[in-house]
Design a protein around this ligand. Structure first.
Ligand SMILES: NC(=O)c1ccc[n+]([C@@H]2O[C@H](COP(=O)([O-])OP(=O)(O)OC[C@H]3O[C@@H](n4cnc5c(N)ncnc54)[C@H](OP(=O)(O)O)[C@@H]3O)[C@@H](O)[C@H]2O)c1
Length: 309
């Protein structure tokens, strides 16, 4: 039960959103607000969307600091974990592990009834899984083994303007009429529209089972990264030629990405390392657990292009 609103009903929950200034978190908050009491853990409150700032309780802190975690998790029913440390240099795996361990420990002490975490698709038994995807799955495992019931949603690219991985595809397609691309162009993936990811995140709040679960989410169609570039180009009426060069190493291509995308070469390198790993939906849990059915990748790209700034 919420301690933050006199209008609380039995369905009204106290919900913590971490990553509230990020792409997913900032879009989730307006959906939660009509039904729940929302608290946000942010490093810089000025970065919170002004439209929601007055309607949430803000804890200024850092997920790496125990005191911030205690203050933000106290009295919380459900906690969304929408954080990654990709921009924190080469130590991101260590940082993400430490953050997740601290978060899980304090959530357990605070009797949080559920953690909802959006992580990454990818075969956890694949020895060639990129450090980024491995780390995303390690974070989910830490939560699931913590004793706090956890719903780990796993997604590939979230399609919408502002989403880091989508922006990478967008910037590449715009800036290079002829692309010399590494073999990851043929890697299969199952992206998801932002709208669909947000609906699943909302539905995860209402799941009745108290068991931890891993639920893979994505549109029904499997595409390659090359397909995504072509689909985006088609929507924008751009003519693009893709040439595959198998010898372009992830390191070289990240430097190349650093030149052509607005993202830093560091973040681009971590993301691009993951592009060699298939990120497809292998378990059917989303259909078992959720009522929602996602749109196709083509519709997701069409809608994203329509709302591009
Ligand atoms: N976007 C995608 O395509 C995609 C695809 C699959 C899965 N996901 C998952 O979705 C989740 C959210 O991703 P996103 O795209 O929304 O990322 P994002 O836009 O980069 O946002 C990351 C958020 O994490 C916060 N953060 C980072 N380190 C923190 C710390 N030490 N303490 C407190 N806050 C911290 C950032 O706060 P600041 O504003 O202070 O930096 C920011 O709000 C992640 O788990 C990601 O793996 C995303």
């Amino acid at each position: 039960m919420s301690s933050e609103s006199p209008t609380s009903s039995s369905h009204r929950k106290s919900v913590l959103v971490t990553g509230a200034t990020g792409y997913i978190g900032s879009r989730l908050i307006p959906r939660l607000l009509p039904q729940h009491d929302v608290r946000c853990l942010v490093r810089d409150a000025d970065r919170l969307d002004p439209a929601v700032r007055d309607h949430v309780r803000t804890v200024t802190g850092d997920v790496l600091h125990t005191a911030s975690l205690r203050e933000s998790l106290e009295g919380i029913d459900v906690a969304y974990y929408l954080i990654h440390g990709l921009g924190q240099g080469s130590d991101f795996e260590k940082i993400d592990r430490k953050a997740a361990e601290g978060f899980a420990k304090v959530a357990r002490e605070a009797n949080v009834s559920r953690i909802i975490y959006l992580g990454g698709l990818g075969d956890e038994n694949d020895p060639g899984l990129s450090p980024h995807l491995k780390s995303r799955q390690e974070v989910g495992r830490i939560f699931r083994e913590s004793g706090v019931p956890t719903i780990e949603l796993r997604a590939s690219i979230v399609i919408g303007p502002g989403s880091l991985s989508y922006e990478m595809i967008r910037a590449l397609t715009h800036r290079l009429p002829v692309m010399i691309c590494p073999s990851w162009l043929a890697t299969p993936t199952q992206p998801i529209a932002t709208e669909d990811a947000l609906i699943y995140l909302m539905e995860a709040l209402e799941v009745e089972s108290q068991e931890s679960d891993v639920i893979e989410i994505g549109s029904d169609d499997v595409v390659t990264y090359g397909d995504l570039i072509k689909m985006y180009a088609r929507e924008k009426d751009l003519k693009r030629v893709l040439i595959t060069v198998p010898l372009l190493t992830p390191y070289l291509s990240s430097l190349w990405l650093g030149l052509v995308t607005p993202n830093s070469a560091e973040v681009g390198r971590h993301l691009i390392e993951g592009l060699r790993n298939p990120t497809v939906v292998r378990n059917g849990r989303s259909r078992d657990v959720f009522a929602h059915r996602p749109m196709s990748t083509a519709d997701a790209i069409r809608q994203a292009v329509e709302i591009e700034p």
